[in-house]
Write a protein that binds this ligand. Structure first.
Ligand code: PLP
Length: 624
């Protein structure tokens, strides 16, 4: 079904089968497949609940393999002498199972890890056992961070301490001398090349991390003074995530390659150039420089990285460095999908007989009904303006006590009847008047989804990032409704009302009418950043999560089950202790019992609800 653009963003991992269900091919189209609806049913049989996050490690494996192959073939084709050395930035998805999968799946290609903080460094130390894999140490560093990284060398690890801020130079030199360990040092350069897309602010001269050319020169002097110049092994830059244009990558690479040459001119001999992250994901499948897309492929990116560095090094007669990348979003986004169910729908209420009004009806109702009867292509805008005016009149008359509640309700239904007729009629026009563009959104049904946007897709709320959203079944049935999603939180921002589109952004999504049958929706490409940025808005916690692998026959194995938060757990995050809460509630019931306000049976039932409720899932079960 073209409206959901699956082939464009699905990258051979997703398709629709003859039963109208969404299928997943975790190893690509040539590998085994399963349909998501049956998978969800199987998970529910095992007692798991929706919303549920399903991770496919085989998708992760395929993405890692594709990235490594893209660089290896660019290196081979151009006669580049250095190697490709990928690292995975833990911050992109810190979940233990994900980090462990990346390390295991990337062990042959020697994929390393990037830590951006002390906790992440500890994770990397515990998880990264691949011999010769890099452990890139970025972020704000204190003495304990530096000491830990240095001492890790004695465990056979290869930590590269990247100087992100100038004061770290002294700290690293001093600590290494005291511990008598020769450090592996990197320098992060602050580039003037701007990135593109939503994260543009993390690049340029005022970016948070990185050294200016002057600071780089001073750093080299300091290292030379303590005979540590040869410890400088790596030059790093990162201009932001989700870089939408290949041009921005090229500009940054050109500048960074020149800095690399400059380091050699100043007597240092770094052997690695770390090009950071930024390799973007085409969330909307439009292949454009729109913020939720990108205008280049991974192969094109790899070719450009290799050729830009090669050209500059060849010109200056410098050995080709090993190329390090820190692509996290690209590796992980596709491998997770959140499945949620619809709990109910708020449809716009229309009048069953909009054309009929009689003498006894209020004047505003008679007039609204007349508008409905007269709507035509010729008077479409006039009818629209008149209907809006009458709706406002109805509200005013009601406030003044001149219109009964029942009549106001009818006026409202008649307004929506007019709006729908206007919308239908507008479709017959060659061009849609601008004013009527907002009608579609105003008339959309509201589908209540069993999820929290803040927990499961925080970037949609924070930076208007678009994610593909598709029903996982009924795709052989024409979707007759147009809807937006509201989540369970009582925050008015807890909604999804922007959807991917190949040419534009859609205000409404094509959906199926919702009856009593369960209706499941997939929120795709949520494997990067979404889990960890998620917060506890309204105390909706982590969802249940599973890791699903398919064997060659498509037989499903549930490898890991990570139960979502119970209500008591999210309450603990905000310092409510379960035992104390139960005790407090017991005392309240006891007082009411003593006063005779509640019976002993009801008080016991209420206490049971209270304590059982604390161990419940934070999401809802649909009442059938
Ligand atoms: N490296 C550094 C230093 C970062 O700050 C980030 C995130 O912005 C990344 C790598 C990962 O970037 P991406 O997920 O765009 O590949």
């Amino acid at each position: 079904m073209e409206i959901y653009g699956i082939p464009s963003w699905g990258q051979d991992f997703f398709d629709i089968n003859l039963q109208g269900r969404l299928e997943v091919y975790p190893s690509g189209k040539l590998g085994p497949k399963t349909d998501l609806l049956s998978l969800v049913a199987g998970l529910q049989d095992r007692g798991l609940r929706t919303p549920i996050l399903i991770r496919f490690p085989d998708i992760l494996a395929k993405r890692i393999e594709t990235l490594v192959t893209a660089f290896d073939s660019a290196i081979l084709a151009s006669g580049y002498k250095g190697k490709f050395r990928g690292v995975y930035p833990i911050k992109v998805n810190q979940q233990r199972h994900v980090v462990e999968e990346v390390v295991a799946l990337g062990s042959i290609a020697k994929i390393g890890l990037e830590a951006g903080s002390k906790p992440e460094l500890l994770i990397a130390l515990a998880e990264l056992e691949t011999p010769d894999a890099l452990l890139i140490c970025n972020g704000y560093k204190d003495r304990a961070y530096v000491e830990t990284a240095l001492l890790a060398q004695q465990l056979g690890r290869y930590p590269v301490l990247v100087i992100d801020r100038f004061p770290e130079v002294e700290l690293i030199i001093k600590t290494s001398i005291e511990l008598n360990i020769r450090p592996h040092i990197g320098i992060r350069a602050k580039l003037s090349a701007r990135s593109s897309g939503r994260w543009e602010a993390s690049s340029g001269a005022r970016s948070k991390f990185g050294l200016t050319p002057d600071e780089i020169a001073q750093t080299l002097e300091r290292l030379r003074a303590d005979d540590m110049l040869e410890c400088l092994e790596l030059l790093h830059f990162h201009i932001g995530s989700q870089i939408t244009t290949i041009r921005a990558h090229r500009d940054a690479l050109r500048e960074a390659s020149r800095i690399f040459v400059g380091l050699h001119e100043l007597g240092a001999k770094p052997r690695m150039l770390d090009v950071g992250g930024g390799l973007a994901v085409d969330y909307d499948g439009s292949q454009t420089n729109f913020h939720s897309s990108k205008n280049y492929s991974a192969q094109e990116y790899a070719n450009d990285v290799v050729s830009e560095i090669k050209n500059t090094c060849d010109e200056e007669g410098i050995d080709h460095p090993d190329i390090v990348t820190e692509s996290g979003r690209w590796m992980t986004a596709h491998h997770s999908v959140l499945i949620f169910d619809v709990l109910g729908v708020d449809e716009v209420g229309v009048d069953p007989q909009p054309g009929i009004a009689n003498q006894d009806d209020a004047r505003v109702i008679q007039n609204m009904s007349a508008i409905w009867r007269n709507i035509s292509r010729k008077n479409i805008l006039e009818s629209y303006h008149d209907a809006i005016q009458l709706r406002e009149d109805a509200t005013t008359f009601f406030s003044l006590g001149q219109l009964r509640l029942e009549d106001r309700a009818r006026a409202e239904r008649l307004f929506y009847s007019c709006a729908k007729k206007i919308q239908r009629t507008a479709l017959e026009l060659d061009t849609l008047p601008e004013e009527l563009e907002e009608l579609e959104r105003g008339l959309a049904d509201i589908y209540f989804g069993n999820l929290s946007i803040f927990q499961s897709a925080p970037d949609h709320w924070a930076v208007k990032q678009l994610f593909p959203i598709v029903p996982i079944h009924r795709l052989d049935e024409k979707p007759t409704r147009r809807g937006v999603f509201a989540d369970l939180t009582c925050d008015s921002d807890g909604k999804i009302d922007q959807f991917i589109d190949q040419r534009d952004v859609k205000d409404v999504l094509e959906l199926h009418s919702f009856q009593d049958e369960p209706y499941f929706i997939g929120l795709f490409l949520v494997g990067a950043y979404q889990e960890i940025l998620g917060d506890l808005h309204n105390l909706f916690g982590d969802t249940d999560a599973v890791h699903v692998r398919l064997d060659v026959d498509g037989e499903v194995t549930i490898e890991h089950v990570v139960e979502g938060d119970a209500i008591s757990e999210v309450m603990a995050y905000v310092q409510y202790e379960q035992i104390a809460l139960v005790e407090k509630f017991r005392k309240i019931s006891e007082t009411a019992l003593k006063k005779g306000d509640i019976t002993i049976e009801d008080s016991e039932r209420l206490k049971r609800h209270f304590s059982d409720g604390l161990s419940d899932y934070t999401y809802l079960k649909r009442n059938l």
